[in-house]
Ligand binder design. Sequence first.
Ligand code: BES
Ligand code: MG
Ligand code: ZN
Length: 492
Amino acid sequence: MKIKIENFNPARKKTEMLGGFVLENSDKILGLNNISSKISSSVKQSLKDLNGEMGKIVVIPTNNKVPAKRIVLAGIGKKEKITNDTIRFVSGKIAQKANELKLKEFSIITPSNSVIETVSATSQITEGCKMALYKFEKFKSKKEGLSPDLSILVSKSNKVSKAIKDSEIISDGVIFTKSIANLPPNECAPTNLASFAKTMAKKNKMKCTIFSKNELEKKGFGGITAVGKGSKNEPKLIVLEHNCGSKNEKPIVLVGKAVTFDTGGISLKPGDKMDEMKFDKCGGCTVLGIMKAVSELRLPLNVVGIVPSVENMPGGESYRPGDIIKLYNGKTAEILNTDAEGRLILADALSFGEKQYSPKAIIDFATLTGACIIALGTNVAAIVSNNERLKQKIKESSERTSEEVWELPLNDDYMDMIKSDVADMKNIGIGRAAGTITAAAFLRNAIEETPWVHVDIAGVAWTQVATKSKPYNPKGATGFGVRLILDYLQKF
Ligand code: BES
Ligand code: MG
Ligand code: ZN
């Protein structure tokens, strides 16, 4: 999909489909002052029918009375209710319509500055359209592969051009994350994931180090090694480094859980929906997508991405309930459920990240607990943190990107819930109480004092039954977290 900016009078634009936004109860297309009198009657009727209802669209054929072949009106609701997601959402709808009609190109009129700030609007149009046109069809014999080009009609400025370029990179990061996260587990074992990371890093001239099973054992990554034992697909630790900050500046470390398939191991999961555990690598895929975009945006920062990757399988070599293992930081953990594997591999990665890089901040992403879905549902991620300032920054980015987060508490009483009789910690809490927090408490033990935010994306990483439908999140992985963290890093 190619995107270009045009400083064109929309009424004169020759295009297959001309899209414009309409406020509730309004009879005007935003940004279009004079609808040609030749077709104004049919447009007027459609505007009335649409009534600017948020998310609704109407296509009007113009019968060659104006240069545009079709006009598509897209409702954006009441002005007071417009959020940072409104234009992204509705643009996605328009793009999908263009796709459905098999158009080669379409155009969208940027709404006027008084309704939504122009630069932000063009970013949202870009992201909404690009993301909505992604489709996971690698394994379909018959591919749609449609990718209509888009003209954004807006008065040109350097700011607008930059916003669109950046948004294209950000959307490509999200699409990269989705396209590996959607891969089936037989096509994406830890070794495959590592090689995707390597290829991407090479293209973007980023440093990439892969730790093999032997190296992980030797270096004391007891969590990754234990969980990885049950599968003949060996574990890997992927480390990407983007060094565009000043030399002595401490980096920001991003960590992502990449369990390429989570059967639960010896504590085997029930069969129902087990296939969805191919998405247990989404945290790691999010980190890879962020790193790709960070390097393409050439952000003047030092950022490190760390992705521990394993397959959690039952077998004669598997780790077991009752085992006591030693994590990277020397602390011991009693295993009481092999299905609580994410925290073990993340603990190693977090301790390694802190020790190796002395970072300014650590942010981790993980499809960590089913309890998170019970607590917050499938549209909001849980965050747990040890640092007020960092947490606040993430919340602000969440507001701007509409990737929603909600904070859960973590005090000493929760830390006590994972104390073990025979080791420093146990890998589950007490019964099902506060499952998301006790998992975070385990992670908290892996770092000393570095500002840290943990993001549990179990509910939001892929579309589930209760997921709010969004045109830019078609079925499958959502890439949650990529836009959130890129916003945070861009504001740094
Ligand atoms: N990957 C799962 C968490 C999960 C389950 C995410 C369903 C999304 C949907 C994780 O490894 C896990 O199995 N967690 C257990 C922890 C429990 C044994 C303490 C869980 O949530 O049941
Ligand atoms: Mg598990
Ligand atoms: Zn898991």
